[in-house]
Design a protein around this ligand. Structure first.
Ligand code: HEM
Length: 212
């Protein structure tokens, strides 16, 4: 029997990886300071409250910078970083999308779908995340333009709080999905987000390279 060879196959470019971890760090800073403002805001005195809002603002701008770079990279980056790779716009992408849905509905039994960079199902969720993240940046910046006395009761702040919970939900689902992928597909997904390469067999690479 021929021996199966495992190959490290490059999928994520350095900028995508760098921005991913930049966004993780800056978003964590934002979520932690945001949670403090949300749950302890009324117990803090005015100076502490405004200091915390200031730190939240700095993390917000740092996150927005990463988000801007990633958004531009969706249109100018290499093939595996582009919007086309995230969304199921090709026939192969739509096939993988349905295979993924079937695989999940079948409770992860059978052969997992084969794809190179983004899974189109995850890709749709990432695009929704990018939109919610932009919404968060814009509502945050607009809320800060309001006078402090008007902020508390503003609809903008309520929308900004709703965005906070959506992002927390995304992170929980994302981490669970990455964990399940590592367990079931075993492509070294997390280390791929560090060094850029997923693990495929030579037969899988042949199949992937034969795709349009
Ligand atoms: C604030 C938390 C996080 C956010 C907002 C986030 C966001 C994202 C986004 C948007 C992508 C798509 C890649 C792109 O096209 O830019 C992605 C992919 C990925 N993330 Fe995260 N991430 C977070 C935390 C993490 C953590 C903590 C890990 C590792 C334990 C992780 C591991 C990965 C991996 C392995 C992928 C590639 C998954 C795939 O093939 O679909 N992420 N993440």
């Amino acid at each position: 029997m021929a021996e199966r060879r495992y190959i490290l196959y490059p999928v994520w470019d350095p900028l995508l990886r760098g921005v991913h971890w930049w966004n993780v760090l800056t978003l964590c800073g934002q979520l932690v300071t945001g949670a403090f403002i949300l749950y302890l805001g009324e117990e803090l005195d005015h100076m502490d409250h405004e200091g915390l809002v200031g730190i939240h603002l700095v993390f917000g701008y740092l996150f927005a910078a990463g988000l801007l770079v990633r958004t531009l990279w969706l249109f100018t980056g290499p093939e595996s970083a582009r919007l086309r790779d995230l969304l199921p716009v090709t026939r192969a992408g739509r096939r993988v999308l349905w295979e993924t849905v079937r695989f999940y509905l079948g409770l992860l039994r059978g052969t997992p779908p084969l794809y190179r960079a983004h899974n189109p199902f995850a890709g749709i969720v990432y695009c929704i995340f990018f939109l919610v993240a932009w919404f968060q940046v814009v509502t945050g910046a607009m809320t800060l333009k309001l006078a402090a006395a008007l902020r508390e009761d503003s609809a903008l702040l309520e929308l900004h709080e709703a965005g906070f919970f959506l992002i927390v939900l995304f992170i929980a689902a994302h981490l669970a999905a990455v964990f399940i992928h590592e367990l079931v597909e075993r492509r070294g997904l997390v280390s791929a987000m560090v060094h850029g390469c997923k693990i495929f067999t030579d037969e899988e690479i042949e199949a992937l390279e034969g795709e349009p």
